[in-house]
Design a protein around this ligand. Sequence first.
Ligand SMILES: C[S@@+](CC[C@H](N)C(=O)[O-])C[C@H]1O[C@@H](n2cnc3c(N)ncnc32)[C@H](O)[C@@H]1O
Length: 286
Amino acid sequence: MPPFDPRKAYAPQEEGTAFFDDGREIELLHFVYSHPNIEKIRGSPNDVLAAIDEYGRAKKYLMNVGEDKGQIVTSLIADVKPKVMVELGGYVGYSCILFGDAVRKAGGQRYYSFERNPEFAAVIMSLVDIAGLSDTVKVVVGSSDASIQRLFDSGDLKHIDLMFLDHYKPAYTTDLKLCEELGLITKGSVLAADNVVKPGNPPYLEYVRSSTKEKIAKAKEPVKNGFDERFPEKNAKQYAKRVDQEKYSTSKGNPYLVYKSKLIESFEPTGEPDGVEITRCVGEEM
Ligand SMILES: C[S@@+](CC[C@H](N)C(=O)[O-])C[C@H]1O[C@@H](n2cnc3c(N)ncnc32)[C@H](O)[C@@H]1O
């Protein structure tokens, strides 16, 4: 058998081929539950992750954070030791299981996975259950902005120690601003944003790398929507097409928060270059 080549395994067969939501996520569940090692997999986050990887290699591509970037965030979890961690965008639960397990090992209490597609959320819940992580992980179904607001209003979410952003790219900045406005992000909070190189997220990078002075000036301008021209052209067009279906928070955020931010270069599971932007809130200017 030729050596495994992730570029080939993960490449779409032809342009326009669906990358997701074509039934593969439910097929993954059948794959895991009918796995010859299912009894060994039960209660073992690592074995569930290995089974997801096995499906991705043998069957169809799954848009997971992957090993390289996963390692960056698990190291960050060991360092930050978050009591409460939030992920925006759960898909089938790969990052949720990897990071939820790391949060539990670091002594944390809660890992929230926000996923708007109810079928994907059901897959996450099922795999989290097999992994034995249901005591730590809570999957929240719905659009991230509505979920953040609802959990804040109910008093379940009072502070975010670490947030992993991996959902709809234009919503990175708008959701962060909502969290800021609600006081969920304070000195000590850390953000890890995926895909800031591929496909790229210039508006988010600009925001977290701006000084408070720059942010205060920008906060006076009207809030931009998803078709921000700073996104790469191809993506900006896609976001523009979806503008009526997508809802964004219009929060102005808290421009007084001081961030220190840096890019950690890494790779997509396909082998393509990508990076995770790690941003630490180091204070608030009065
Ligand atoms: C790249 S995938 C997440 C991959 C996952 N973090 C992992 O590494 O295993 C992005 C996911 O975000 C979800 N999503 C997109 N926009 C969202 C939103 N506004 N709120 C919640 N989920 C969203 C999509 O349905 C999709 O499942």
